[in-house]
Structure formats: C-alpha cells, structure tokens
Write a protein of this length. Sequence first.
Length: 276
Amino acid sequence: MQSTGGYAARFLSVFAALSFSRFDGESQPTHLPRTLAVSALRQNIMKDVNNMNKLVPQALLSYLIGAVILGLLLFVPAWTLNYWQAWVFILVFTTSVNAIGVYLSIKDPVLLERRKNVGPAAEQNVAQRIIMSLAMISILALLLYCALDHRFAWSPVPAYVSLIGDLLVALGLLFTFLVFRENSFGGSTVQTFDDQKVISTGPYAIVRHPMYVGVLIMMTGVPLALGSWNGLAFLAIVLPALVWRILDEEKLLKKDLSGYIQYTQKVRYRLVPYIW
C-alpha cells in the first residue's frame, strides 16, 4: 500500500481542486493562459486516474493474499470448507486490516512504513526478539488449534458466541485504528524516533498502552470467532508475553523519550484501568 498511498492522496487533492475550483480565471495563475491551465489540470487528472487504477488492483491483491493465507491455515487442518466460522472470521479480519492499511496509505504513509518493519529480526534487543517470536508462534498455533478443534469437535461454541467473537475481533482492530489516528509513532517495533513526542490524548489519556488493549480484545475474540472454547487457553501465553513487552518497552521509553516519566505519573494504568 505504501507505494500507492501517494497516488491516492494526490488523486483526492486533484479531484477536490477540480470540484471546487473555478475556471473563470479567479483560481488560475494570472501569468498562465486559461486554456493552458485547463489542459495542464486535465493532464494531471488523467495521470492520477491512471495511478488510482493501479491502487485498486493492488488493494484487492493484498486482500486476496491475506484471505488465501488465512484460508490455508484454517481450512487445511479443519479438512473441510464447511466451516462458516472461518469464512466469517476471514471476512471480518481481512476487511478490517486492509481498511486500516488503505487509510494509512492515504493519511499517514510514514506510519504505514513503520508498521511494515515487523517481526523478531526487526527488534533491537534480545528480549523483544524472544517476545515477538513467542507471539508469532502463539498466533500460528492458535489458528491451527481452532481449526483442529472444529474438525474434531473438542470444544464447540454456540453460533451466537462465534458472532460475538467476530465483534470482538472487529472491536479490537477498531481500537487499534483509533490509536493509529492519535499516534503517528505507533510502529511495530520497540524504539524511539528523533522527533517523537509523548502522546497523552485520546485513548492515551486512559491507559499508557492502548494499542495492546486492542490486541488483547482481538486475541480474546479470535478463538471464539473460530468456534473454540479451548482456544481461550492461548491467552495464558499471550497475556504474559504482552506484559513482558510492556514492561521492557517502558524501560526504553523512560530512558529515551522526554516527558514519558511525567506521563506515567499522570496516567497511572498501563493496560486495564484500576487494575494494572
């Protein structure tokens, strides 16, 4: 999405100019003939329309790739396509994630680029590499286990519980989206940037790590959405890893981010208000 985000933003700006500008000379430079100005504008519009045409298939390709990967992880171990919970989950998750990606590609491409730098190898210290490795393994294992749970009916959940799980997945991703809107420094790795400042508004006024709140909500919803009560047991791995990451992250922020210590004194809770 990063390479197409600039095209989308430029197209929108040109479209706005075309919609609201006047062609009676008031909005054109005085030194440029009217016909030349209109011709130049038309050329720019055609160029950006062509670029926009590239954005749509790239967005669809990203959507399809994500759906195929999730489908393989769920339908192969389940050994059936008759798994409606997986179909709904893939639709909810893939649509939500790609919607966030499209938004960031247009509104905050720098943040989107930071979010691409993800995984154990991208982390700067050993502890975070271990945490990210555990997280990736846990998520993969969770998806495979839920699919097997469906196949062998170890701990099926009622249909309405699966739908509640899908709502939790969407809610968690929505919460993450709100964090992205508030904080352009919300990268995928634990690090600080030269121009970074402490964010204390929006969800950051409630807890210090609202992005992880969204992750926790989503991870609670995933096993339910996929029809597995037993899948909730994976939270016993995810939650300690999340706590470890937060504590290690705060050591860095207190040391390298100016004003963060004062922020921790103002916002007392890290993850859950009145608890921790």
